[in-house]
Design a protein around this ligand. Structure first.
Ligand code: FAD
Length: 466
């Protein structure tokens, strides 16, 4: 008998918008076991599943969904963890709608299976168990690898290399591990306790974590190479871009990086209990259209802004942020001011931001990114009052490591030049992956690159061939 198709995803319970804008708690609550099984039973178990081809870390999606459908959650999480060491994170922040879910066979006519929500479910289910299995480690090879940065790229490469039996040490500049997962993505989207839990899992594979260690200052890559057989650079893209318009140095103007780091990592939203303050404004304007802009605009509401407005130069269709996050932001009251480009920031007599001057755009021909180019409409300038302006238009890698490492080549916007398949950099023994090699991208792409690099590093350590 043909399987009965349930056209819509099982809804995931979440905090109501009016309530959640007053707190930093996670918005969705996650599935119950019954909801997860019902959702997994929607999977058609295709003979040639396309969902797996859409996953940069090759999770055996139909395999784990089958076990969730049968109620075998232990079996399901074991399958996921074969290739993904950070499932509670990817289940929450991956752009599934553009990857595994977009190619789900159901998606042609109905809603795809909620793969991300189910990945999150099995990871959270495992964390709630008292007896966690102790990972089986391989025989040690005696080879040593230094990983720079503890974001998703660094953690993935570290976990995979440790499972292969190599000694791995992760050097992290900050006092907390996780990269953007702890300093960028807010608590209400990715609770820090979950990041800590997944970092602990990676450390349980006997990965050594050294915090407060800035490679390029505390030791250079060349110095690390004297002690380690290979170095992986997973140092991300933490250098914010600015608009290069008048008024960017006024007080009340933040890069999203600073705004979110103050709030997330330094817990400024709990000032004075924590000692880092953050400016709070009645009207906060965030410039940009990606996940970073959405996170900043939603954070502003939680910090007490009466109005939080996103100014974006193209139309809604071109916004790079995850669809679910734009939806959540709008539900919470974030306003989108589209087809608008800032041209100047004006201040008051005290040097504090007072207004943002913008120009309206229309859409022209597609540019190199394939998205339609914003074309300014002459004479359409107008001003919007603002107490805080947050700039979230992109970021590049910091120049510190390339500047302090001999023979390390970089390309456009300072990204470290690598071989796409192996992550090999221009210098022998050095590999790189994640945002440092691509510019700002996604968690799962960073992890995918970490996996490829781990394989290539293992090969290099075994053969010595570059
Ligand atoms: P990072 O996560 O940036 O980690 C790099 C680490 O290296 C950091 O911990 C840094 O402190 C450390 N480091 C840097 N320099 C040094 C040094 N010299 N020595 C030692 N350590 C160093 N992606 C998604 O898929 N979904 C989302 O919803 C999403 N939302 C986002 C929201 C925000 C606010 C931001 C900023 C990004 C978001 N992204 C999202 C993008 C995603 O987080 C990144 O693509 C991903 O984190 C890149 O991983 P990475 O490991 O390459 O670098």
């Amino acid at each position: 008998m043909a399987k009965k198709i349930i056209p819509k995803k099982t809804p995931m319970p979440e905090q109501p918008p009016g309530e959640r804008v007053k707190n930093f708690n996670e918005v969705p609550y996650g599935y119950t076991a019954e909801q997860a099984m019902a959702e997994a039973q929607r999977c058609l178990q295709c003979a040639k599943p396309l969902c797996m081809t859409g996953c940069p870390v090759n999770v055996n999606i139909t395999g784990f969904l089958k076990l969730v459908a049968d109620g075998d959650f232990r079996g399901a999480i074991n399958i996921v963890k074969e290739t993904n060491s950070l499932p509670a994170i990817t289940g929450r922040v991956c752009p599934q709608e553009q990857q595994c879910e977009i190619v789900c066979a159901l998606a042609k006519r109905f809603e795809p299976v909620a793969i991300g929500r189910l990945e999150r479910f099995v990871a959270d289910w495992e964390a709630a168990q008292v007896d966690l299995p102790i990972p089986q480690l391989r025989t040690l090879t005696g080879k040593k690898v230094a990983v720079v940065g503890s974001g998703p790229a660094g953690l993935t490469v570290a976990a995979d290399l440790a499972k292969m039996g190599h000694h791995v040490t992760v050097f992290e500049a900050l006092h907390e591990a996780g990269g953007v997962l702890v300093y960028g993505i807010p608590e209400f989207r990715l609770p820090k306790a979950i990041v800590r839990r997944e970092v602990e899992y990676v450390c349980s594979l006997e990965v050594k974590l050294v915090k407060d260690f800035v490679v390029g200052r505390s030791a250079t890559v060349d110095e690390l190479l004297e002690e380690y057989d290979a170095v992986f650079l997973g140092s991300g893209a933490g250098l914010p871009w600015f608009l290069k318009i008048p008024g960017e140095n006024l007080s009340g103007v933040y890069s999203a990086n600073e705004y979110l780091t103050r709030s997330n990592l330094m817990k400024a939203y709990r000032f004075p209990e924590y000692d880092t303050p953050i400016a709070r404004g009645r009207r906060v304007i965030t410039i940009g259209g990606g996940n970073v802009a959405i996170d900043a605009s939603r954070t502003a509401l939680r910090l007490g802004a009466e109005e939080s407005i996103i100014v974006y130069r193209r139309s809604r269709d071109e916004m790079p942020a995850r669809a679910e996050e734009i939806h959540h932001a709008e539900e919470e009251g974030v306003q989108l001011m589209l087809l608008t480009t800032p041209v100047a920031i004006h201040g008051n007599e005290n040097g504090h931001v007072k207004e943002l001057e913008c120009i309206k755009n229309e859409l022209g021909e597609p540019d190199a990114s394939g998205r339609r180019r914003p074309v300014p409409i002459k004479g359409s300038n107008f001003r919007i009052p603002a107490d805080i302006v947050v700039i979230a238009i992109g970021q590049s890698p910091s120049p510190l490591i390339p500047k302090t490492t001999a023979d390390l080549k970089t390309g456009e916007d300072g990204v470290v030049t690598t071989d796409n398949e192996t992550g090999k950099a221009s210098k022998k023994g050095v590999f790189a992956g994640g945002d440092v090699a691509t510019g700002g991208a996604t968690v799962i792409l960073a992890m995918g690159q970490g996996k490829k690099a781990a394989k290539a590093i293992d090969e290099y350590l075994k053969t010595g061939q570059w």
